[in-house]
Design a protein around this ligand. Structure first.
Ligand code: XIL
Length: 381
């Protein structure tokens, strides 16, 4: 009798264990375990990588980068002042490592950026006396730069933000040194040189505050002019440096539709959701806007209140619902940084604040925002 009892208990426990294991197996097979997996059929999921992610990052951070993202963008290392600081000096070491890392992780690379007014050395625009150069000299320097940079990574890169931030919010041209020297022609030249240097790379115009309708109209006008000149442009990037309650989902949607209706691909290129006070109502991401840090402007240095974390997560959920609704138009959604500690928003528009913009926290653990955007996908499975 005792033996029979023992036998029954053993069989029962065995069956229970097996059923738990097979449940687990099923769970592993069907539930996506990362953003890149969850959104694989929708659009690429990206992150920006900086020096610290490439050189000084922990095993945990390396594993997270590899597991979660299907595309990476160099945060600073391919910008002109870094990759080409002097007329005859190119720094290819870090960018080469980024390309290698991405290839090990089976990730694509999106280049950033070939023509931008910021993080660009003055020598590009000046002669030896410090006067602005003429148009032909500017174009020769741009061609040399683009040939060397885009040419080096030809075939290894998915695409380029060819021109970054050439517009003011009202849709007029930014009065950058590029523009002062060459007018809008510098934009066409940048696209021409990029297409020549890497004929298969996707070529994008990229800007912030693209929810402002006059600005997105300006971007569509630029892209249309590029195309009408017989040059190639594939898409328009909306940076996506947004806040918890601005801009409205409606405005973002209108911009996505405008870009698509004009025949261009859409990418969300630098997504982060700022949770900190914005006393000067700074919108967008104009690097030269800034204000002094103080206790009032930095209220969450010791931790984020749950209510703000909830609102941040809900905002990401609403945005990803919109992105999924328009997944046929959107090619890529890239976060501007891996985790909260890495985000540039800790230092802009005020230095040394503690911000909580991204979906991984300072310990590299997923936040509520991550759960929300993962759940969105398991609901639609
Ligand atoms: C930012 C970087 O994240 C910072 O590390 C750097 O100090 C300044 O630039 N728009 C862009 C990005 O196109 O290149 C900027 O990146 C953020 C705004």
């Amino acid at each position: 009798m005792k033996m029979i009892k023992t036998y029954i208990v053993t069989v029962f426990l065995g069956a229970l264990m097996w059923s738990c294991q097979s449940d687990q197996g099923q769970h592993e097979d069907e539930t996506p375990q990362s953003l890149r997996e969850a959104y694989a059929d929708d659009f690429l999921i990206g992150t920006a990588l900086g020096y610290s992610q490439l050189i000084a990052s922990s095993e945990k951070e390396q594993a997270l980068i590899a597991a979660q993202f299907s595309v990476v963008t160099p945060e600073n290392m391919m910008k002109w002042e870094r990759i080409h600081p002097e007329p005859y000096t190119f720094n290819f070491g870090l960018p080469d490592s980024l390309i290698e890392l991405a290839s090990r992780n089976n990730q694509k690379v999106f280049g950033h950026t070939l023509a931008w007014h910021s993080q660009t050395p003055d020598w590009l625009f000046e002669d030896s006396l410090g006067n602005l150069i003429d148009t032909a000299t500017l174009f020769a320097r741009m061609e040399h730069h683009i040939n060397n940079v885009a040419g080096r990574y030809k075939g290894k890169i998915l695409g380029w933000d060819v021109v970054n931030e050439a517009l003011n919010n009202d849709g007029s041209y930014r009065n950058s040194k590029y523009y002062q020297i060459a007018g809008e022609e510098f934009i066409f030249k940048a696209f021409e040189y990029a297409a020549k240097a890497d004929p298969n790379a996707e070529l994008y115009y990229n800007d912030y505050s693209m929810n402002v309708q006059s600005k997105v109209d300006g971007a569509v006008e630029i892209a249309t002019k590029v195309r009408d000149k017989g040059l190639r442009i594939d898409g328009i990037g909306m940076q996506g440096h947004w806040g918890i309650d601005r801009p409205s989902i409606d405005l973002i949607e209108q911009s996505i539709l405008k870009i698509h209706d004009a025949g261009f691909k859409v990418a969300i290129t630098e997504l982060d959701i700022d949770v900190l006070p914005n006393p000067y109502r700074i919108e967008g991401a104009n690097i030269s806007d800034s204000f002094e840090n103080n206790a009032e402007a930095n209220p969450y240095a010791d931790g984020l209140p749950d209510s703000v974390n909830q609102a941040h997560a809900q905002r990401y959920e609403e945005l990803f619902k919109l992105f999924l609704k328009h997944k046929d138009k959107i090619d890529r959604v890239t976060f501007w940084g891996v985790h909260d500690g890495h985000s540039w928003k800790n230092d802009w528009p005020a230095r040394g604040r503690t911000n909580y913009c991204l979906v991984f926290d300072r310990n590299l653990d997923p936040k509520l925002a991550y759960d929300k955007i993962m759940t969105l996908k398991s609901e639609t499975h």
